[in-house]
Design a protein around this ligand. Structure first.
Ligand code: SAH
Length: 258
């Protein structure tokens, strides 16, 4: 079963208030009067985002073939609109990737759902993600597992994601700026590894940091073209089984200059 990570609803509400301030009241539909709905007042804009999020998860994840309950619950919980640029808020719950600056993107929700489910996570797992980006995928993982380690190569993106995740109360995610090709050796082995940028080969250091029995998901292929999404299971110290989950399109895994 999914375990909910420590999450501060107050922090989310505060951030949501800032977001709703950016959106302005003109975009809000008419709301029922307070007397018609007793109980605590929920920001109307936030309520609209929540209903769009629930609809997106049903239509673009569950009905699209990803039925893992922990993945669905996590994606229903994580406010994706707080991980996209404010200029793109209206598209936060559409099923496509969005630019997040520096030539990078937040992944398409369906791909996040597929990869999360295929990792076969357990509540006690420790997971490594390569390619923090906005921090959205890390947040989804953090609702399901004990601890998430995530590495981003672009320093300003790493800083933004770390601040965003902290302000939302995710205290089981560790973020670092580095070249993720080498993984996070001090924290290895990992029960699962998720690579969200595409190299042209599987990095040997990441294979070495996968626990026996663990699963790695990684898109592999030439830069700028479609890649193949591989699911690699470490069967023993020396043996890895891999299966292709089909074609995907990720930004390239870049490397620090030597
Ligand atoms: N998982 C992210 C989206 C990933 S986009 C999210 O949920 O928003 C891919 C990210 O991988 C980009 O931010 C890119 O800068 C980063 N990246 C590319 N090469 C990398 C490397 N060698 N090490 C770590 N991060 C890398």
């Amino acid at each position: 079963m999914a375990r909910t990570a420590d999450f501060t609803p107050l922090a989310a509400l505060l951030l949501a208030t800032v977001v709703s301030a950016c959106l302005g009241p003109a975009t809000s539909p008419p709301e029922p009067t307070a007397s018609a709905s007793p109980g605590p007042t929920v920001d109307p804009v936030e309520r609209r985002f929540t209903s769009r999020r629930l609809a997106m998860v049903t239509r673009s994840i569950d009905e699209a073939g990803v039925h893992d309950p922990a993945t669905l619950a996590a994606m229903r919980a994580v406010p994706r609109h707080l991980f996209v640029p404010t200029s793109l808020l209206d598209q936060a719950y559409e099923n496509h990737p969005l630019p997040i600056g520096y030539g990078q993107t937040i992944s398409q929700p369906y791909i996040v759902g597929l990869m999360t489910a295929e990792l076969e996570l357990e509540p006690d797992d420790r997971v490594l993600e390569i390619g923090t980006g906005s921090g959205y995928q890390a947040a989804v993982l953090a609702h399901i597992v004990r601890e998430v380690f995530t590495i981003e190569i672009i320093a300003p993106l790493e800083e933004e994601a770390a601040a965003r995740l902290a302000s939302l109360g995710y205290n089981n995610i560790r973020v670092r700026v580095d070249d993720g090709y080498y993984g996070w050796p001090e924290a290895a082995p990992f029960d699962a590894i998720l690579v969200t940028a595409a190299p042209d080969h599987v990095p040997q250091p990441l294979l070495g940091q996968l626990a026996i029995g663990g699963v790695m998901l990684i898109p592999v292929g030439p830069v700028g073209l479609y890649q193949e999404l591989w699911k690699i299971r470490r069967v023993s110290t020396e043996q890895f089984d891999s299966v292709s989950l089909g074609g995907v399109a990720f930004v390239p895994l870049t490397r620090n200059a030597p």
